[in-house]
Design a protein around this ligand. Structure first.
Ligand SMILES: Cc1cc2nc3c(=O)[nH]c(=O)nc-3n(C[C@H](O)[C@H](O)[C@H](O)COP(=O)(O)O)c2cc1C
Ligand SMILES: C=C(O[C@@H]1CC(C(=O)O)=C[C@@H](OP(=O)(O)O)[C@H]1O)C(=O)O
Length: 359
């Protein structure tokens, strides 16, 4: 499946080592002011080649809007966006084209399709997230019209944990450092953890949290199409995400009901005194901030020798993955996590009729 969403739909296309990657957004209401600069700002947060903690591949990721925008506003027609790949180098993939990279998508693709684009992982490359971020940029702009904001930040990298941060810290600080951590005192230790792994030819993972503010109560469905189920699917659908929790998530299993339930009160509107549920009950938003966390695994492509197989000769082999890889996917994934949450919320806003065919 290359299409996501039911009412606000995103289709992405393109391979990491092909000529371009792109996206088509269908179902965006007409009249939304949007320009290439809005999309570029989000792409600039995602692109590789920004310092030692990310892949050295140097992509400017310049967006061209091809359709669906006229005189600075969406027309209600499909918005097609293109980014050309300019720093493609497949040389490090040639020697391993018949070897399966442990932890990457190589074997799954081969088992399903019978052959695969071995150059940079093709569609399984993290580069595919360019399309998600372009779609997410439009979703974010649409949501801002309804007073909804989406903010992600790094909670931990490997064994280095950020301290407690406030929502204001997250809104203010997430992009002032390369690891995108709102606890600025933890940034150096997080970068060091990534650099230590990189120097040893290894990689590290971590946890990213995303918060959506201003989401009205009543988004989502009670049985199928639950908002929490859609968010979990969207976040789990990002490469390298191995766990998703909403509110206290897995930590809720250790609590009693009295420790988990959020008590209600009235403050002009219905609110809860705590937000352990993460802003969703019964599949429907409560009006409290929506809070999700994702567990990001360590980057699979590492240069430490590993045992694998040569699928052409069907015999054992040793692989050392060279090339330009992220020593940690965590700093790269923060804008992608925001994009996926924005896409789900925009989809539900349009689905629920809170946003019509025109603004
Ligand atoms: C933004 C982003 C950047 C990534 N960078 C790399 C990378 O440099 N090298 C790598 O091996 N995997 C990288 N990945 C992870 C792989 O794409 C992913 O692990 C692979 O597709 C297998 O999917 P799975 O881990 O979800 O099973 C990245 C993922 C994302 C989302
Ligand atoms: C190019 C990007 O990230 C890439 C994600 C990736 C992977 O295997 O997922 C492998 C590396 O690239 P290549 O395909 O050239 O080996 C990363 O640089 C990007 O995010 O724009």
């Amino acid at each position: 499946m290359n299409t996501f969403g039911r009412a606000f739909r995103l289709t992405t296309f393109g391979e990491s080592h092909g000529p371009a990657v792109g996206a088509v957004v269908d179902g965006c209401p007409a009249g939304l002011e949007i320009c290439e600069g809005d999309i570029q700002a989000e792409l600039d947060r995602r692109r590789p080649g920004q310092g030692a903690v990310t892949s050295k591949r140097s992509e400017p990721d310049r967006v061209e809007i091809l359709s669906g925008v006229f005189e600075g506003k969406t027309t209600g027609m499909p918005v097609a966006m293109l980014v050309r790949n300019v720093d493609v180098d497949s040389s490090s993939y040639e020697p391993i084209k018949d070897l399966l990279r442990p932890g990457h998508a190589d074997y799954g693709y081969l088992a399903k399709y019978g052959f695969r684009d071995y150059r940079g992982g093709g569609r399984s490359s993290g580069r595919e997230t360019v399309g998600r971020v372009m779609g997410g940029a439009i979703a974010k702009k649409l949501l801002s019209r309804a007073g909804i904001g989406v903010y992600a930040h790094t909670v931990s990298i490997h064994d280095v944990k950020a301290g407690e941060v406030t929502l204001e810290d997250v809104i203010k600080n997430p992009y002032t450092n390369r690891v995108r951590c709102a606890d600025l005192s933890a940034v150096r230790a997080m970068e060091d953890a990534i650099m230590r792994a990189k120097q040893e030819g290894d990689s590290v993972g971590g946890i990213v949290e995303v918060i959506a503010t201003g989401v009205p109560a009543g988004l989502g469905s009670p049985v199928f199409g639950k908002l929490d189920a859609d968010l979990a699917g969207a976040l789990m659908g990002i490469g390298a995400v191995k766990g998703v929790e909403i509110g206290l998530g897995f930590r809720s299993a250790e609590l009693r009901g009295s420790e988990m339930n959020d008590e209600f009160y009235v403050d002009g509107e219905v609110k809860t005194r705590t937000n352990r549920a993460g802003g969703i009950l019964g599949g429907i938003s409560t009006g409290m901030p929506i809070v999700c966390r994702v567990a990001v695994k360590p980057t699979p492509s590492i240069s430490i020798p590993q045992r694998t197989i040569n699928v052409k000769e069907m015999k054992d082999a040793i692989i050392e993955v060279k090339g330009r890889h992220d020593p940690s996917i965590v700093p790269r994934i923060v804008p992608v996590v925001e994009a996926m949450v924005a896409l789900v919320l925009a989809d539900h806003m349009v689905l629920s009729g809170k946003m019509g065919p025109r603004l």
